[in-house]
Design a protein around this ligand. Structure first.
Ligand code: GRF
Length: 211
């Protein structure tokens, strides 16, 4: 099915930590390169520095921590309630350190994006930059993908390649990848919000693209 445009262009951003991708989204909106609003930022951790970025931008925020909910589904259901109350149409995971559960996937089918610091399907999961160094690849990168029930597994929306240097540490490589993350995430969000795309097999394509 071809995705319609998102009339309100309202995002919900889920974070757990630093929030530099959240900041890139805020900045792209401020610069007018991403036509959207952020209805709410939800953090899985009360100590996430990204919450201060939301406050500074005047965006409502909430902390919904797994520890406060007896079951995982209850936590996800609470997140769905807050997202819906904020009128969110598209959910953007930005350093969100929990697997997305069934209630959230069912409430937002093909409406959840994630950013991951590798060229998926290589190096899913934690410490993707360290995995890339350990494997000895010459090129790694960043991926924006639709979220499904798998770990960093959904259809790919955008990717950027990043060279690995001989003297790289996980930190220096992560910093180089992050520059690309901050570029491609707002671009990918704009593409998805524009509608007119469809998922063909595993591919996210413009609906009028030839088979
Ligand atoms: C980024 O590298 C992102 O790709 C990964 O977690 C990190 C989050 O960084 N999923 P930040 O919180 O957006 O600064």
């Amino acid at each position: 099915m071809t995705s319609p445009a998102f009339p309100a262009r309202r995002l919900g951003v889920l974070i757990s930590g630093r929030g530099s991708n959240l900041q890139a989204i805020i900045d792209a909106i401020g610069a007018g390169t991403l036509e959207a609003t952020i209805g709410i930022v939800i953090s899985s951790r009360a100590s996430a520095p990204g919450l201060a970025r939301a406050r500074a931008a005047g965006i409502p925020s909430a902390v919904i921590a797994a520890a406060d909910h007896p079951h995982r589904d209850a936590c996800d259901a609470a997140i769905v309630d807050r997202l819906r109350a904020a009128g969110v149409e598209l959910v953007c995971l930005a350093g969100y350190m929990r697997l997305v559960g069934r209630p959230l996937l069912e409430a937002y089918p093909e409406r959840i994006l994630n950013i991951h610091p590798s060229l998926l399907p290589s190096f899913p999961g934690l410490e993707a930059q360290r995995q890339a160094l350990a494997h000895g690849v010459c090129v790694t990168g960043a991926t924006v993908h639709l979220v499904d029930a798998g770990l960093d597994a959904g259809p790919i929306v955008a990717q950027a390649a990043v060279p690995v240097h001989d003297d790289d540490t996980a930190e220096s490589l992560a910093a180089r990848i992050l520059v690309q993350e901050h570029r491609i995430y707002p671009e990918a969000i704009a593409f998805i919000l524009g509608g007119g795309w469809t998922v063909r097999g595993r591919r996210v394509v413009k609906a009028d693209a030839g088979a």
